[in-house]
Design a protein around this ligand. Structure first.
Ligand SMILES: *Cc1c(COP(=O)(O)O)cnc(C)c1O
Length: 384
């Protein structure tokens, strides 16, 4: 028998050979810059899309608003026991009001959210129809549920409609699952079209993950659903606080009934320690100012258009219509070389490889932020 360590190291060797071995690297952060091995690079790999996490003045302002009550680094309990501090209810009320819904519920992370909601609401009489490219956390949520699931081809709504037409009579409910801005291709789903489809068949619900849309799109920064005018027609309007909102945690905007149902049935909500009240207070602070940051949203959108054009100019296919711009190289080892080259030139971009993206589509994932200046965008475009 081989030793168990040998068994695992063989897998690691194979990953290494294919250029797919991952390691945890260390870096110093300084605003929009990152320091590594004595070199300063522009950080184009974070999800701080509005530049809020790098904004120290904003943090100072927040610190001045804090009272003793908020200054807690742990909730020391699940929300169903003693972890439900006032600031939680305040945040959920703020969310419901902003989105014009009757309920909202906050979770410890987007991963908790996506692995918890679907298993709670989908039973054996449910069919889940999920976009082929949804995030790993959604796939795990689907796996944990008792529902049957079919993945439709990425944004192929003809196929989705055929599946709806064929299946709606056989199930109590169907849940369509999609992201609004897809994390690896940066393309945007026409949510209004999905709402249309959902309305054509009885018992269909729509689940949208706006992890990359919240803060960045819409005239109040509420996401792609706000931009496309369909917030009220989405049954599970989900998003995370860890990206543009510079905090931690996640939320669903839904009906009051659904909120109560999740409080009673969602295992990743019930059996985990609630977020520290201090972080929740920071999220509330950021959300209360979100509508005022159109200047940042516009700067980000302009930078995105220019970088998309530069990628296409370099002869690369670019599916993006957002601030997430993939530069698809194809083969993993070549992608690593290209990333190293960009890093030498002062741009911290990272290679994204299988299994995060399909085999043969390894890429640099350029993740823009509003903190990047026009000159920096120019020079990035030249180097690509
Ligand atoms: C980042 C991300 C998540 C996970 O959110 P965390 O709060 O980081 O756990 C979920 N869904 C999508 C689409 C994401 O990009």
């Amino acid at each position: 028998m081989v030793s168990s360590d040998n068994l695992y190291s063989r897998t690691l060797d194979a990953l290494d050979e294919a250029g797919n071995l991952r390691t945890l690297s260390q870096a110093e952060h300084q605003g929009k810059w990152i320091w590594k091995e004595g070199k300063r690079m522009l950080n184009l790999s974070s999800n701080d899309y509005l530049g809020l996490a790098a904004d120290t003045a904003l943090r100072d302002e927040f610190m001045r608003t804090l009272s003793e009550r908020d200054f807690l680094f742990s909730s020391s309990s699940s929300r169903l026991l003693t972890g439900n501090f006032t600031v939680y209810d305040e945040l959920e009320q703020m969310l419901a009001e902003l989105f014009g819904a009757s309920g909202a519920l906050v979770f410890s992370s987007g991963y908790h959210m996506n692995t918890g909601i679907l298993p709670a609401v989908a039973d054996a009489h449910t069919l889940i129809l999920a976009d082929k490219l949804v995030h790993a956390s959604l796939i795990d949520g689907i796996r944990l549920s008792a529902a049957r699931c079919i993945r439709y081809r990425h944004q192929d709504y003809g196929q989705l409609e055929a599946l709806l037409a064929k299946s709606y009579k056989d199930y109590e409910r169907i849940i369509i699952v999609t992201e609004s801005i897809f994390s690896m291709d940066g393309d945007v789903a026409p949510l209004d079209r999905l709402v249309d489809l959902k309305k054509r068949y009885p018992g269909v619900m729509l689940y949208v993950d706006e992890a990359h849309g919240i803060g960045v799109r819409g005239k109040n920064g509420l996401g792609v659903a706000e931009e496309q005018g369909c917030m009220k027609d989405i049954d599970f309007l989900c998003g995370t606080f860890g990206k543009a909102l510079a905090s931690v945690g996640a939320y669903v905007v839904c009906s009051e009934v659904m909120r109560s149902f999740l409080v009673n049935r969602m295992r990743t909500f019930i059996f985990t320690t609630a977020l520290p009240p201090l972080n929740v207070a920071w999220t509330k602070f950021i959300l209360s100012r979100l509508g005022g940051w159109n200047d940042r949203r516009e700067r980000l959108a302009e930078a995105a258009l220019r970088v998309q054009a530069a990628v296409r100019g370099a002869g690369c296919e670019c599916p993006s219509s957002s601030h997430i711009v993939p530069f698809i190289v194809g083969e993993s080892n070549q992608t690593i070389l290209k990333a190293e080259d960009m890093q030498r030139k002062g741009f911290y971009v990272l290679p994204v490889r299988p299994p995060t993206v399909p085999e043969g589509t390894s890429r640099l994932r350029i993740s823009l932020t509003a903190a990047v200046t026009e000159e920096e965008v120019d020079s990035l475009c030249r180097e690509l």
